[in-house]
Each structure stands twice: as C-alpha cells, then as structure tokens.
Ligand binder design. Structure first.
Ligand code: PRT
Ligand code: MG
Length: 226
C-alpha cells in the first residue's frame, strides 16, 4: 500500500492532473465527503487528507509514504525541527510547480517601509512564518519584533498590532482589498513532493514509478507553457 498525504483546497485541486498522469484517480471528492482516507482506482494507493502544516509530520514519521506540501510550510517546519536543511527523514525529489505564490512583506498603504528599514526603528512584524521572517530580516541586518499569528495576517497592520506582515501573496487581491501594499518579495513558493526515506527503500519500485510519472508531467506542462 502507498499512502499519499494531501491537504484539501488548492494543493488537492492542483495535484489531481499529476496523479492522473501517474494513473491514479481519487474516487471521492473531499469537498463532498467527510472521509479522511480516500480510495483511488488503484487498490494499493490511498490518499490521506491532513492539514497543510501536518503533511511534513505525517511523511516524516511514516504515517504517509509521500505527500505534497508548500515550500513555505517545509521551510517553516524544517526550522522548528531545528534544521535549515529541511525536515529529517524527508526526501524532497521534485518541485511540482503547483500552488505557486510568493512570500512577501506587506504594509499599510502609505506606510514608509524604506524609511522604517533605514532608520532601524525596530518594526513589528506579524506572521505565521516566524522562521522565514526572522531569517529574512536578519539577512538584511534589520532588527524586528516578530508576532506569531495563525491566520488573517492582513488584520495586523490595520489594527496597529504590527507595522508589517510576512504572508503568502498570489494575485495580490487580498492585500488590495485590505489596503495593504506588497513592499518586498522574500521568495517564490511552489509545492514539492516529499517522500519518507525508509518507505522509499522498502517500496522503491511503486514510489519511484509515481515520482517519475510526476516528473514527466511537470516537464511536459512546463514545456507546453513556454
Ligand atoms: O487553510 P489552512 O489553515 O487549513 O492551511 P493552509 O493555509 O496552510 O493551507 P492552504 O490550503 O490554504 O494552503 C496550502 C498551500 O498553498 C500553502 O502552504 C502555499 O504553499 C500554497 N498557496 C498558494 C497559498 C496561496 N497560493 C495563497 N494565495 N496559500 C495561501 N494563500 C492565501 C494567502 O495566505 C492570502 O491569505 O491566499 C491569500 C492571498 O491570495 P491572493 O490571491 O489574494 O493574493
Ligand atoms: Mg489557508
């Protein structure tokens, strides 16, 4: 049995065509069903629905053989496990180029970010991505006070909780709707395939087959876009 950990929403939607090209079709629609373990057309492949931030944990400890997770989540969880190199026991064979976005710094419209950075006037930054934000501002030699939030980061600059936020941006519509401006792009983000290293040794052939099929599908899609 091969168990694949996925999160509902954009990653699930974006991975379906890649699964299909590996010959795997998920039989239930997670938006309709309450099931957390989904069958596929392959009797030896199943899908677990977990929170996006729990995917690395499931795969690391072998609760799932493989999973799909945003680089943002990987970097942040790698850091909380005490290593910048990534999460121990996780093999990251492939950038799937799905659920693409960027992680950026944003401030209230009109806030003079450049001046605040220059003056070194200890900005307060609210974010779910404390490790990524800490590394980013440290690399610039700027001291910031970080406030950890779990969601709705956009509210922080509007309520005076923070001067800036570090958050994911895709279209930019959410920032715009909340009168915020993107002032700096920290990095581009996409979702990656992660594989449990022990599972890869024990179930080498079926796991390799999926990795290879995904790699071909990603390559074909990229070429068609060019
Ligand atoms: O939602 P939940 O709390 O369960 O978990 P999650 O937010 O970690 O999961 P999910 O499914 O929302 O996101 C999973 C992954 O999708 C993230 O880890 C990213 O790698 C990737 N991704 C890609 C995004 C976005 N694009 C994105 N736009 N994740 C979140 N957003 C949010 C962003 O945080 C902001 O609130 O969408 C809003 C901005 O979108 P725009 O288009 O208005 O700019
Ligand atoms: Mg979300």
């Amino acid at each position: 049995m091969i168990t694949i950990a996925l999160s509902k929403g954009r990653i699930f939607d974006d991975i379906l065509p890649l699964l299909k090209s590996a010959g795997i079709e998920v039989l239930d629609d997670p938006e309709q069903s309450r099931k957390l373990i989904l069958d596929t057309n392959q009797s030896d492949v199943r899908v677990l629905l977990v929170r996006a931030t729990d995917v690395p944990t499931y795969v690391q400890y072998g609760g799932a053989d493989m999973g799909v997770v945003g680089k943002d989540t990987l970097l942040e969880s790698g850091n909380s496990f005490g290593s910048n190199a990534g999460v121990a026991g996780l093999y990251q064979p492939l950038d799937l180029q799905i659920a693409k976005c960027r992680i950026s710094v944003a401030v209230r419209d009109g806030f003079d970010y450049a001046a605040a950075m220059k003056q070194g006037s200890r900005m307060t930054v609210a974010t779910k991505y404390v490790a990524i934000a800490r590394d980013f501002f440290a690399s610039k030699g700027v001291h910031v006070d970080l406030i950890k939030l779990y969601g709705s980061m956009e509210l922080a600059p509007l309520t005076g909780l923070a001067d800036a936020i570090v958050d994911l941006v895709s279209t930019g519509n959410t920032l715009k709707a909340n009168h915020l401006t993107e002032v700096e792009r920290i990095m581009d983000i996409s979702s990656h395939l992660v594989v449990n290293q022990t599972a890869l040794k024990l179930k080498q052939a079926p796991i390799r087959k999926i990795i290879d099929a995904f790699a071909v599908a990603v390559k074909n899609r990229t070429e068609n876009q060019d």
